[in-house]
Design a protein around this ligand. Structure first.
Ligand code: ZN
Length: 268
């Protein structure tokens, strides 16, 4: 879509600057000396998706290993994700669900519909409803525009927003930092839990899945990556249990069979 993206390596050096084609230029973007600038106040969905794609490529250059040795499992995760994307509070953008070859129990989302699930988390879940709960939570971060809002805040705080906007390279670098190192705020985590919980029910999944998965992790010895963020896991579980009692989706009971789940993820 956009041709004028300078490829930036970890050192921040510009290593390649492809020439833009006229068709690539969005009216909200400005191309200046081969660097693309984005006006964050006008960021549209198409730009956010493109930013997510650029961030995805940068994450992979940083060593995030996309798992594709077991296509059946990759497709399975994508099917769950697309089912939840359809009923999400932000269903009008494309979603990309990818499995990361990493034993740690973690999942994360960047911007523009990009969601990452570690193989370690897939193994830790006992049912499809539990995995769906985590994916729904990550979709909640995207629906809540949590990453994109933080990117804006960080860009403003660091004084890298000029008259032209922010360079796409700078935004991508911030996106990578957020995805790998900087936890979400408490408010964003609760918001993603709430959006995810609601979405699970709309998609027909048993909403207990998110609760049982979080409870299991909260009871474990050392808190996994998924809980490296501020809110106490037990508070999140309590919050979800209250939602379950007060506003669960009647008839949402899918994804509860552990044997079916085991067979779907065999070989991971
Ligand atoms: Zn989260």
């Amino acid at each position: 879509m956009y041709g004028a993206i300078a490829l930036v390596v970890a050192s921040g050096l510009v290593v390649a600057t492809p020439q833009p084609s006229k068709a690539d230029i969005n009216i909200f973007d400005l191309i200046f000396n081969g660097i693309q600038y984005i006006q964050l106040s006008n960021l549209n969905d198409e730009q956010e998706v493109d930013l997510g794609r650029q961030t995805d490529q940068a994450l992979q250059r940083q060593g995030v290993r996309i798992y594709n040795s077991n296509p059946a499992v990759v497709n399975y995760v994508d099917e769950i994700g697309q089912r939840l994307a359809t009923t999400s509070a932000r269903s009008n953008i494309p979603y990309t669900f990818q499995v990361v070859a990493d034993d740690s129990v973690n999942a994360f989302a960047t911007s523009g519909g990009f969601v990452y699930i570690h193989t370690g988390l897939i193994r830790e879940a006992d049912t499809e409803a539990e995995l769906a709960g985590v994916i729904a939570h990550e979709i909640g971060h995207i629906a809540g525009r949590h990453a994109i809002n933080r990117m804006r805040d960080i860009a403003l705080t660091n004084g890298i927003v000029g008259a032209l906007g922010v360079s796409q390279d700078d935004l991508v670098n911030i996106g990578v930092q957020l995805a790998l190192f900087l936890p979400n705020s408490r408010g964003a985590e609760y918001h993603a839990d709430e959006l995810g919980f609601e979405n699970m029910g709309l998609a027909g999944y048993d909403q207990q899945g998110l609760i049982t998965f979080m409870s299991k992790l909260a009871e474990g010895g050392s808190p996994p990556e998924f809980f490296s963020t501020h809110p106490d896991p037990n508070n999140r579980v309590n919050n979800l249990q209250t939602m379950y009692q007060e506003s669960r989706q009647p008839g949402a009971t899918d994804g509860n069979n552990p044997e079916v789940y085991r067979s779907q993820i065999s070989g991971v």
